[in-house]
Design a protein around this ligand. Sequence first.
Ligand SMILES: Cc1cc2nc3c(=O)[nH]c(=O)nc-3n(C[C@H](O)[C@H](O)[C@H](O)COP(=O)(O)OP(=O)(O)OC[C@H]3O[C@@H](n4cnc5c(N)ncnc54)[C@H](O)[C@@H]3O)c2cc1C
Length: 449
Amino acid sequence: MLTIAQLEASRLDKVGYYSMTVMDFQRLQKQVIKRGLCTHCGTCVGACPNGVLTLSDPLGECLPQQIGECQACGLCYRVCPGKGLDWQLMNKRLFHSQPDPYLGCFKEIYLGHSLQPDLRSKASAGGVVTSLVSAALESGLAQRALLVGHQPDNPWAPQPFWAQTSTQAQSAAQSTYALVPVNALLGELDSMDGKAVVVALPCQVHGLRNLQKSRPKSAAKIECIIGLYCGINLYLQATLSLLARFGIKDLSQIQSLNYRAGSWPGRFEVILHNGQTHTLSKSGFNYLSPFYGVPRCWQCVDLCNEFADISIGDGWAKEDMNLGGWSVVISRTEAGVKLLASAADRLKLEKIDPELAKSMHAHSISNKKVGGLLRVHLTGGKAAPNYGLQPPRVGAARKAFERLNLLILRICATRPARWAVDRVPLKILDGFFTGLRTFWRRVSDKSKN
Ligand SMILES: Cc1cc2nc3c(=O)[nH]c(=O)nc-3n(C[C@H](O)[C@H](O)[C@H](O)COP(=O)(O)OP(=O)(O)OC[C@H]3O[C@@H](n4cnc5c(N)ncnc54)[C@H](O)[C@@H]3O)c2cc1C
């Protein structure tokens, strides 16, 4: 078996981590941004030691751009997860072991929820993420947490922020299905005392792990990375297009906006100052994915946030019990185990078999581990990220399906397609996508049996 040093040497510059050549922002621009490989995670901005990078429009296209003189240190390119990530090497570095092919390396897997009923009903699933963050802040394990909230005067506009109290953490409970470049704030770690926890999506965690390698001093301040499962992320335009369909022309009318309001799994809900409420079911909201999904997400192979210290997603195995939200919780590292232990009195946790964890997300795992990897290989060349993984062995039908899928996704992302879907009544889209979800569940239940 190769040592990490041998692996690193053998992969020198394969995905750009350890290149000794001069690298400036132009390289990131040419080899990642212009090729459509940017994940919009913000790591390059947070890593830049000279503060000369920013995001063009955090609520729009959200692409890195240069605003000062680049010193060509190459950090922005090295930490970027958009160009790919050496899966085998990262597993070796973090876990020293072979990963489960679908879930990654793990210690234990649970289904769980917060024991605080108001938090559980406010959160996106079981409120486990917020409970862990609160426990870290209250126990002194960490002094701040990097979270996603909303601009106080614009509840429709998400923004990353550092929470320092558990009240602030609770205000951020809920998933925001829109791009939020949280890693852009990581540069602030340098001037901060104490430890931090970070809540992040898989691409953001990939960037964070690269940063830990390249800037170990500031990254050492991160006590624990809580990773969210992620099927796909959307441009904020998706939300704005939905608001337009509800007839909301003036965004200052909005009093609150939630992507997972009400009882689990929750619904998209916007409440106006005049009391009017507009809603769309969670599965109905999925109609936006092909039209406004971030293209780079279709080439992602990480559903379960395999390189986080703890990974958390929806605990769908409990969905039919109608008892409130549940989360699936995967502890992966000692830091994750320690954080879970510090929150033991806030959480109900039931240990589960890894097979249950796989089967409850079977469709999404297949979409990433088979579909995602096939899409990477079908795209090929410079416009695809490099994970150092072989294409999955599948039949001609699945390959043909993914080819067609890629074509449909490219068409859906065009302006005329977006214009056309805006003309289809929401009721029809809601019914279709809710039916599609039920169908997928039946098919995957049958294949489980
Ligand atoms: C874009 C996106 C896609 C997802 N896709 C899936 C999926 O396919 N399958 C699945 O099982 N789960 C998915 N999740 C995770 C799921 O929505 C819940 O976040 C997860 O189940 C944890 O629930 P909770 O009640 O424990 O978290 P909560 O207690 O509600 O806490 C949620 C935390 O997430 C953080 N957060 C919210 N939005 C973002 C964001 N855009 N970027 C970074 N951090 C954010 C908040 O700061 C908060 O701390 C996705 C989440 C996001 C944001």
